[in-house]
Design a protein around this ligand. Structure first.
Ligand code: SF4
Length: 380
């Protein structure tokens, strides 16, 4: 349990808007994870633009490190946290955390103020830098991304903005492995593009010898279809020579109550399951009637997944939400699947408190069935 007496009038559940701290969120890899967003830009800042990113397109491409959030602000916000149960404080958020040049000192501050283990999720792109390897080395857990076994797939899946090659990143990861005393986990995201390359990916995992390999597929809504359990089981089998494998379908997620739903949704966009999780967090603060209304709306949306229009065309619902995330996702679906295959429908926001209160509209995005998957190949 993390507990700091508030020095001002902040109370649990009243972390101010634009907080850099969000969650805790249920993480299949880290349990109850209290998120710290050292970038906290309104929209995504990243050195990659992964085709499966749950945050939509990269609005602020960055390859150089700089300060986004001051250490004083971080310390101030950390001191307002009371009575939160978290297994890890995790540097993640709206982009790549190692772009923040004060990451190392931020890790030190989080450890001294919250007294919980610290994890960092990184896309590995800045690992070539000695200062980044040193600062990541201060964390208890580093989860590093490797999604491709070849330069071609690296460019296709991760769409990096920098000039570094996959070979250079893998070399830097090897160096980090040798130096690092904490737990190194390798995250490998599988989508259609790399599904048939599991054996090569397993070879990379063997060479890097991490403490854990996390086999993932994008279950949160995005423009790429996740692989199903059977496909992931086949991929897992290719990793039989690798120790400590964790796959997204097998993992357990704990129940958690977020400190602030809005800040959490900003970093983990609206979708049915997450809305439900966030809704559970609200139960402690809402009246029973509000809770029931939310659950009713979530159940309604869950029932409403497919439709056939007047021309007999089948459509599948791929997104439900609003605000910047909706606009981001819409542009990504249109780019990947073609405008003629994407439909938008306004939805009733009744029961979704933050939308109701702000007057923000909610939308469903529908995708026409039988969209050729190789549309993705047409991306630049
Ligand atoms: S590295 Fe992470 S935040 Fe950046 S584009 Fe890829 S998935 Fe999104």
């Amino acid at each position: 349990m993390i507990s700091n007496r508030a020095t001002d009038n902040d109370k649990r559940g009243r972390i101010v808007a634009n907080s850099i701290i969000y969650g805790p969120v249920p993480s299949w890899r880290l349990g109850r994870s209290l998120g710290i967003d050292l970038l906290s830009t309104k929209r995504k800042t990243c050195s990659f633009d992964c085709i499966y990113c749950q945050l939509g397109r990269t609005v602020h491409p960055e390859i150089e490190r700089r300060e986004f959030v001051s250490l004083n602000r971080l310390a101030r916000e950390l001191k307002t946290i009371e009575d939160v149960t978290a297994d890890y404080a995790t540097f993640s958020g709206v982009g790549e955390p190692s772009l923040a040049c004060n990451l190392g000192e931020a890790i030190r501050r989080v450890k001294s103020i919250l007294n919980v283990p610290v994890a960092v999720l990184t896309n590995s792109s800045l690992m070539l830098r000695e200062d980044v390897r040193y600062e990541l080395g201060l964390a208890d857990v580093v989860i590093a991304k490797v999604d491709a076994p070849s330069e071609e797939l690296f460019r296709k899946i991760n769409r990096p903005f920098g000039k570094q090659t996959l070979a250079e990143i893998l070399k830097a990861l090897q160096l980090f492995r040798k130096e690092y005393r904490g737990k190194l986990a390798l995250q490998m995201m599988f989508v259609e593009a790399n599904e048939s390359h599991a054996t090569q990916m397993a070879k990379i995992a063997e060479q890097l010898s991490p403490d854990e390999v996390q086999l993932n597929t994008p279950l949160r809504p995005c423009a790429v279809t996740p692989l199903d359990i059977q496909q992931m089981t086949t991929i897992r089998a290719a990793f039989s020579g690798v120790m400590n494998i964790l796959t997204v379908y097998e993992a357990q997620r704990p129940e958690v109550a977020p400190l602030n739903q809005e800040e959490t949704l900003l970093r983990r966009p609206v979708e049915q399951r997450f809305a439900e999780e966030a809704g559970r967090g609200e139960v402690t603060k809402k009246t029973v009637e509000q809770e029931e209304a939310l659950n009713r709306r979530i159940a309604e949306e869950e029932r409403f997944r497919e439709k056939v229009d007047e021309d007999g065309i089948r459509w599948t619902k791929v997104y439900f939400g609003g605000g910047a995330h909706f606009r981001n996702w819409l542009s990504q679906f249109v780019e990947l699947k073609g405008g003629e295959n994407v439909k938008v429908e306004e939805a009733d926001s009744k029961g979704f408190q933050c939308y109701e209160e702000s007057g923000e509209k909610m939308y469903r995005i529908w995708l026409r069935d039988i969209v050729p998957d190789n549309k993705e190949n047409e991306l630049p």
